[in-house]
Design a protein around this ligand. Sequence first.
Ligand SMILES: Cc1cc2nc3c(=O)[nH]c(=O)nc-3n(C[C@H](O)[C@H](O)[C@H](O)COP(=O)(O)OP(=O)(O)OC[C@H]3O[C@@H](n4cnc5c(N)ncnc54)[C@H](O)[C@@H]3O)c2cc1C
Length: 404
Amino acid sequence: MNTQYVKGDCLFTKINKLTKQYEYLTEDIETEVVIVGGGVTGAVLGYYFTKNNINAVVLEKSRIAHGSTSITTSLLQYELDSNAMNLKQYTSIDNIIRSYKLGLKALDEIEEFINENGNACDFKKVDSFLYTAKDIEIKEIKQEYDIRNKAGFPVEFISKENNEFSFNVKAGVLSKGGGAQIDPYKYTQELFKVSCEKGLRVYENTEVVDVKYSENEVVVETIYGHKVKGKIIIVATGYNTNLFSERAFGTKTTTFNIATKPINNIEDIYKGVNVRDNEDPYNYLRTTTDNRIIIGGEDINFIPDISNEKLCNENYDKLEQRLKNLFPKLNIDIEYRYCGAFASTQDNLGFLGKDPKNSKLWYCLGYGANGILFSVLGGMMLSKLYSGEVNKDLKLFKVNRFDS
Ligand SMILES: Cc1cc2nc3c(=O)[nH]c(=O)nc-3n(C[C@H](O)[C@H](O)[C@H](O)COP(=O)(O)OP(=O)(O)OC[C@H]3O[C@@H](n4cnc5c(N)ncnc54)[C@H](O)[C@@H]3O)c2cc1C
């Protein structure tokens, strides 16, 4: 069966113009680092390796930013998918707090990129809000607030009494400046543009079909027979890693997103905060610079071939209903519906680093709802690792951390 990782009309690839098309590979070439995958992760890696003067090549089998990068909600926030007390069974509170701090670091890094290169990616810093509408979950949300407050994060506890949101909130944690929104398609294109000006080479329509390892090099074979020789390969292929490893990275689900048409009076009612509810599975929502709302969630067990229109429509309808219940005063008209693969891990962190059995095979896999921030951390830490600098935080993202 042909696995389909993305389905539907994706907001970001539909509303944005194609600014640049890259050639496919027509000759054998050499480099230091071969990055496989031209989504946001490949782009971030390309940026950091080039910035650190390391020769790199990106190979993308189809088109830039048309994989999961095209369906991501791109709601950036330092907190993880689950609350600290729920994650405690898989890791320590210290590690969770450290992950939150790394999330803030990654947000700062993106902001720095924007400050240096201009805001061509609709980047906007916002607050983020985790909430529950259920009495039974008030205690859990209060605990999450206490943990973050004690660790020094700028948070405010929201209760029924001081709730200024238009929807029903029993308890919530408002993180001041704890989030951001970005257009993932524009961000990916911009990262490649900036990096190519500094020497990164990017090839579209160039599928990697085989990899051979020897003592001193990696030889990557592409679909039309041309080879790329390098010192290491980094897998940045998102939720599809089968060609490179037999390892099962994360638990796959199929997840759904819908985006509204631009809404006129949106700012009177919804002030652009990133919102996540405490349901299981959760829903999350954000706004865009052209005043749309994107809401995502309703994850179900992974379906490799998402051809079941009825199933997709049922989940899109649930999201639409949730949105309408949250904002009954807004004139909500859905314009885009799309879905695709997603993968999460027990501790909510991605995988960054070397294969335990092959030091020439590296991974940068932004699994979990903070995938984009993990990719940024991967870019920063892996480009330093290549030059021998081991960041102690890499251990949080170790590829074999769940091996028994
Ligand atoms: C619905 C949804 C919502 C999400 N929401 C958020 C969010 O709000 N915030 C957040 O931070 N993260 C979010 N994530 C996670 C985030 O989107 C992902 O971490 C990110 O998009 C992954 O990007 P990527 O470049 O690793 O993968 P992709 O964009 O899938 O890119 C991988 C690329 O590799 C290419 N490829 C695969 N195999 C080969 C090969 N053999 N040769 C060459 N190329 C190959 C593919 O064609 C593809 O373009 C969400 C994910 C989904 C699915």
